[in-house]
Structure formats: structure tokens, C-alpha cells
Design a protein around this ligand. Sequence first.
Ligand code: HEC
Length: 101
Amino acid sequence: MKFVLALCFSLAMISAGAVQADAAAGQSAYAAKGCIGCHGAGGVSTVAANPTLKGQSADFVSKNLTDFRSGTRQNPIMNAMAAGLSDADIKNIADYIGSLK
Ligand code: HEC
């Protein structure tokens, strides 16, 4: 029984670690891909034309980046920005934005 509990605990720690790793990778990508220049540090935009991302869910960010990349959602700036993102970039950035409190 103790072993089972220890195993459950380890698995919970491993999955929590994976989420944090994605958010950390997302934070790097958010800076490296230039998102930070328009959407601001910590996802808080200081320019009215650029939406603040902080407060959006990971699902929202992931869906909208996927839609910008495919052209389902049209915006010349974001269509160009999303074109340079891999599936992993989108997942990591979405996890990062979703983790901002
Ligand atoms: C040159 C400025 C600029 C850059 C760089 C930029 N964005 Fe945007 N982003 C915008 C604007 C403007 C909009 C609003 C588009 C619209 O009105 O449809 C937007 C919209 C979004 C949205 C949807 C927000 C909402 O409330 O609907 C997301 C998510 C997003 N950007 C993520 C990113 C990510 C991730 C990056 C980096 C890969 C990035 N943006 C880079 C200007 C920018």
C-alpha cells in the first residue's frame, strides 16, 4: 500500500513537472518569437491595439494561434506571426499564458 501511494505521488510530481517545463519553454518562445514586443511582458499589453493575453486560458490561446496559422481567423499581423510557430511552440506558449495569474 505504501508503495502504491509512493508511486501515485511520484507520477503526480512527474506530470506537474511536465506542465511547468512546457510553461517555461513557452515563456522562452514568447520572448524569442517576438510576441513580447506587442503583447507585453507577462502577457500584459501596454498598447491599446494589441490585446492583453494574461487571463486567457491555455485552450483559448492554443485555438486562436492554430486558427491564425491556418487562416481560419484573419489578421495580417497574427497570420504572419503564427506561421512561424510549430505545434510544440503553440502548446508551450498556450501553457505559459494559461499559467499567468
Ligand atoms: C506586431 C504586433 C504583434 C506581434 C509581434 C504578435 N501579436 Fe498577437 N496580436 C496582435 C494583434 C494586433 C492582435 C489582435 C488581432 C485581431 O484583432 O484579430 C493579436 C492577437 C493575438 C491573440 C488573440 C487574442 C484575442 O484576444 O483574441 C493571441 C492569442 C496572440 N495574438 C498571440 C500572439 C503570440 C503567441 C505571438 C508571438 C508568436 C504574437 N501574438 C505576436 C499583435 C501582435
